[in-house]
Design a protein around this ligand. Structure first.
Ligand SMILES: NC(=O)c1ccc[n+]([C@@H]2O[C@H](COP(=O)([O-])OP(=O)(O)OC[C@H]3O[C@@H](n4cnc5c(N)ncnc54)[C@H](OP(=O)(O)O)[C@@H]3O)[C@@H](O)[C@H]2O)c1
Length: 252
């Protein structure tokens, strides 16, 4: 199987670091033009664009802010004139203990939902309008194992925000398939990034590795090839599906 994404424009949110960074690299290696979104990591985003080429440009937006999410999509569209695939990857996982003061706990829920879920919804809205004008497009949601299995007691908002992303993706798949729009969920377990490091620091490496069936932690390079396949159109009839990439740490 040969995948050629030449002439495809893909917006990857949170491409400055971690899983999104590797997704951008592998999409570009398959020929895609990647809009590299970042929030704070401008140096990493600009360097990534230089490395992967193919017309990659870095776009800044803090996705906690609804208006910045709207602006992001509009700026990418203005730059390239088309977007073929949206990858909703940017995300945060904040520890919020159940006995934290209410205001602190609620602020963490708001931030988590704004970044992980609401921004994905806003970008989805913009993408659907654009995709309808050009008879189709694809949206890939990087959710989490936590959406299906649940998470630890300190990450209630994170798990809930990811479950909401899954419902969003399924609704898009069911509601807009006749418009040529397909939607997929990727549900990783622990992946070696700064986000996983936070959990390793909080709970210890044995906790993270202990649940895996394989003897090494999943890397971003273990996740990204699936996004390339889904972006290609070869798997369009899997629309609405959720693909687990969690080293059998949770088998549904
Ligand atoms: N790593 C795991 O174990 C794991 C497991 C399951 C699911 N996931 C999911 O996979 C996705 C990527 O995670 P990762 O592990 O690669 O995380 P990461 O290394 O922490 O990278 C997070 C990315 O999201 C961006 N981001 C963070 N806050 C943002 C904000 N307010 N506005 C816009 N962008 C923001 C960051 O951009 P800047 O650095 O430019 O601010 C960065 O590019 C997330 O949705 C995460 O929930 C990760």
């Amino acid at each position: 199987m040969r995948i050629d994404l030449t002439s495809k424009v893909v917006l990857v949110t949170g491409a400055s670091r971690g899983i999104g960074n590797e997704i951008a690299r592998q999409l570009a290696a398959a020929g895609a033009t990647v809009a590299v979104h970042y929030s704070h990591s401008s140096k990493e985003a600009v360097e990534l664009c230089q490395e992967i080429g193919h017309g990659a440009v870095a776009f800044q937006a803090n996705l906690e802010d609804a208006h910045e999410a709207i602006r992001l999509f509009d700026e990418v569209l203005a730059e390239y004139g088309q977007i073929d695939v949206l990858v909703n990857n940017a995300g945060i996982a904040e520890l919020a203990a159940i006995d934290a003061p209410n205001e602190e706990w609620i602020a963490s829920w708001d931030k988590t939902f704004n970044v992980n879920t609401r921004s994905s919804g806003i970008l989805t809205k913009s993408a659907i309008a654009h995709f309808k004008s050009r008879s189709g497009g694809k949206i890939i949601y990087i959710a989490s194992r936590a959406a299906f299995r649940g998470d630890s007691e300190d990450y209630l908002a994170y798990a809930a925000s990811k479950a909401a992303m899954v419902a969003l993706a399924r609704s898009v798949a069911r509601g807009f398939g006749k418009d040529g729009i397909v939607a997929f969920v990727i549900a990783p377990g622990f992946v070696r990034t700064a986000m996983a490091q936070d959990a390793i620091d909080a709970y210890g490496e044995d906790f993270v590795l202990g649940g895996l069936a394989l003897n090494k932690l999943t890397e971003p390079s273990d996740v990204a090839p699936m996004i390339v396949l889904l972006a290609s159109g070869l798997a369009d009839h899997a629309t609405g599906c959720s693909i687990d990439i969690n080293a059998a740490s949770y088998v549904r």
